[in-house]
Design a protein around this ligand. Structure first.
Ligand code: NAD
Length: 225
């Protein structure tokens, strides 16, 4: 018996990194996983794992989300994991960077939760997990102005949902990882003018002397179910 036998779990941003690791961890525990992402080809790689089906979904598109929600008959857990890390202070952040980040990192969660919450309320049970970050209202992190703002907003959204719906059987939590070794982290390091120095700076900030792994964070998500 798996811990999640008979649970239906929908994940966003599940083709790579933390979302992918969480999808695999949930499926190993017996859940029926619906992994979604905008990246169709990467997403398809998950189809070979028992218990995982996939659905191409852009979490910034309300119409796509609503159509998808109408297709889903039941869900127990919604894990929203989409996000983009903009590098820089407020002075480096152009309007388009601000809008893109807030849209993908926060507004997408608002759209997903609004689409799926009515179903959870009808079932009188549900679990919503949002991906935030230590770079938020938790820690001071340099050069993460709009990212930290967006992740602090996710904490506010999560607490607000928990306060409003806990008495109707809905649990809502967020996960706030430190730096996690993912393809996007490696891309960000490579995009810095001096990648070696960037890697060393990132590592210096880790009290453990290492990055978290996607599996570490997947286990945290599992704990939250
Ligand atoms: P990531 O942020 O690089 O992206 C994961 C997936 O998001 C990709 O498969 C991508 O195709 C998908 N995606 C991008 N735009 C999308 C859209 N419009 N609709 C649907 N999917 C879309 O992966 P990651 O580094 O594993 O991070 C996952 C989450 O965890 C993010 O929200 C990130 O901010 C957060 N986080 C990451 C770290 C870290 O160090 N990597 C630390 C704390 C929090």
């Amino acid at each position: 018996m798996g811990r999640l036998d008979s649970k239906v779990i929908i994940l966003t941003a599940a083709a790579e990194g933390i979302g992918q690791a969480a999808a695999l961890a949930f499926a190993r525990e017996g859940a029926k996983v619906i992994a979604t992402d905008i990246n169709e080809s990467k997403l398809q790689e998950l189809e070979k794992y028992p218990g995982i089906q996939t659905h191409v979904l852009d979490v910034t598109k309300e119409k796509q989300i609503d159509e998808f929600a109408n297709e889903v008959e039941r869900l127990d857990v919604l894990l929203c994991a989409s996000g983009f890390v903009h590098h820089g202070t407020i002075l480096d952040c152009e309007e388009k960077d601000w809008d893109f980040t807030m849209n993908l990192n926060v507004h997408s969660m608002h759209l997903m939760i609004k689409a799926f919450l009515p179903q959870m309320l009808a079932q009188k049970s549900g679990n919503s997990i949002n991906m935030s970050s230590k770079a938020s209202s938790i820690n001071l992190v340099v050069n993460r102005c709009v990212y930290s703002t967006s992740r602090a907003a996710v904490i506010g959204l999560t607490k607000s949902l928990a306060a409003d719906f806990i008495q109707q059987g809905i649990r809502c939590n967020c996960v706030c990882p430190g730096t996690v070794d993912t393809p996007s982290l490696q891309d960000r390091i490579q995009a810095r003018p001096n990648p070696e120095e960037a890697l060393s700076d990132f590592l210096k900030r880790q009290k453990t002397g290492r990055f978290a792994t996607v599996e570490d964070v997947a286990q945290l998500c599992l704990f939250g179910i």
